[in-house]
Design a protein around this ligand. Structure first.
Ligand code: ATP
Length: 431
């Protein structure tokens, strides 16, 4: 984990937030390469869940919603963690994460546990009184329930269908940590899939395996992925069943994504609290009912961390140690890097032309500094899957070498075949 964190800082994937002011606990900023990686994770999800299907549409809703939303959803009353304070060192802990009756830091006496609401509170408008209190959303899901009728009326979707969203959520976590794993603001990738009651269990099974497969197809090793069903005592108040996709992080098996059968709880509650009819009329069955909901809820930051950790590797190439990020080409920030072998004989100009041409198709990098070995290492470290080298022969016959990051093997091909070859290799699913 420490190696991944160091690499992230050193190569511009992730920086400590507000660093020049000493940082702000568990706030993190994505740098130039990190923002590309995370965008690719979100893009892969969106393609899989929204644009690649004909039964799911997208949504991008406001973060601050009407406060009644959180009454209806149960978050105002129930989105809490038990909190204990140490009477000695004044630190706070989640009661369920403290092993014994004493402070894990100083051994001091702990207070009784009290419930702490995880929602960030703010005020809308210039008056700071209880009538103007609002919350930053702790999940993106609720806006999809609240817009259920809008989507239904403006599209011609019939059950089963889904509404999906990627967006920021906020939780005032008592114990954030483990780098990108748990922060107080993060991005979620959530799908609410509406189905006929009675067909919910088969859709729950469907999404459970579809979601596990997605991580594996994007390169995560299968033996580091597992599904963990929730026990009865773990289930949220709205859920009939829930299963976590877990990843074997360096700090142990932990949740990447939760897939829940939320029943008709949310639509029913919002109907009740808003007074608006959120039922669905099933023309085939000639009946009106509240659809059931299957929800795969993933985190963009947590998956980015899993992709990084899983891709990190150290090996040896021609007797030299290297760090390599074996990211799936679709996730890699740069798809290729172009190098002139020598900084003379017109090679830099020729390489630059290839770089400019490729940039119209993929994010690519250009590097002419240092030995060719060093340049390959620099790209291996940030996961660039392909290296293109312009050499003496290029100047004669227009061919370049194409090096594969993982196998470190090279082939020669005509420079005008690069786009086609790279496209084929990037789209290839991981094995
Ligand atoms: P945990 O038990 O780890 O607190 P949760 O079960 O409360 O998570 P959900 O409410 O199911 O999480 O949220 C769905 C997904 O959102 C999680 O699987 C995770 O990927 C992401 N997520 C939730 N909380 C955080 C956080 N504090 N930081 C980063 N990602 C988060």
């Amino acid at each position: 984990m420490e190696k991944v964190v160091n690499l992230c800082k050193r190569r511009g994937f992730v920086y400590p937030g507000s660093e020049i002011y000493g940082g702000l606990g568990s706030s993190l900023d994505y740098g130039p390469l990190g923002v590309e990686l995370k965008r690719n994770v979100k893009e892969a999800w969106w393609r899989e869940i929204v644009t690649g299907r004909d039964d799911v549409v997208g949504l991008d809703a406001a973060i601050i919603m009407h406060p009644r939303v959180w009454e209806a959803s149960g978050h105002l009353a129930g989105f809490t963690d038990p909190l204990v304070d140490c009477k000695g060192c004044k630190q706070r802990f989640r009661a369920d994460q403290v092993a014994g009756p004493r402070c894990p830091e100083c051994g001091g006496e702990l207070t009784e546990a009290r419930q702490f609401n995880l929602m960030f509170k703010t005020f809308v408008g210039p008056v700071e009184d209880t009538a103007h209190v609002a919350f930053l959303r702790p999940e993106t899901a609720q806006s999809m329930f609240v817009n259920f009728r809008n989507v239904l009326e403006t599209s011609r979707l019939k059950l089963p269908f889904g509404i999906a969203q990627i967006g920021r959520s906020f939780r005032n976590e008592i114990t954030p940590g483990n780098f990108l794993f748990r922060t107080r603001e993060f991005e979620q990738m959530e799908l609410e899939f509406f189905v006929r009651p009675g067909e919910d269990e088969q859709w729950y099974d469907y999404w459970r395996s579809a979601r596990l497969e997605w991580y594996a197809r994007l390169g995560i090793k299968r033996d580091r992925l597992r599904l963990r069903p929730h026990g009865r005592d773990e289930l949220a108040h709205y859920a009939k069943a829930c299963v976590d996709v877990e990843y074997a992080f360096p700090f142990g098996w932990s949740e990447l994504e939760g897939i829940a059968n939320r029943t008709d709880f949310d639509l029913r509650r919002h109907s009740e609290y808003s007074g608006k009819d959120l039922t669905y009329f099933d023309e085939e069955r000639r009946e009106r009912y509240f659809p059931y909901v299957i929800e795969p809820a993933a985190g963009a930051d947590r998956s980015t961390l899993a992709f990084l950790v899983d891709a990190y590797d150290e090996d040896e190439v021609e007797g030299e140690a290297r760090i390599v990020l074996r990211l799936h080409p679709r996730l890699a920030p740069y798809k290729a890097a172009v190098f002139p072998l020598l900084r003379k004989d017109g090679q830099p100009e020729r390489a630059r032309r290839i770089y400019d041409a490729l940039r119209g198709h993929f994010p690519v990098d250009y590097d002419q500094a240092g030995s060719i070995g060093r340049r390959y290492r620099r790209q291996d470290e940030v996961g660039t899957p392909f290296g293109i080298t312009v050499d003496h022969d290029t100047m004669k016959d227009g061919t370049v070498t194409l090096r594969d990051r993982d196998a470190t093997t090279q082939i020669r091909l005509a420079e005008d075949r690069l786009v086609e070859e790279l496209r084929a290799r990037i789209e290839t699913p991981a094995t």
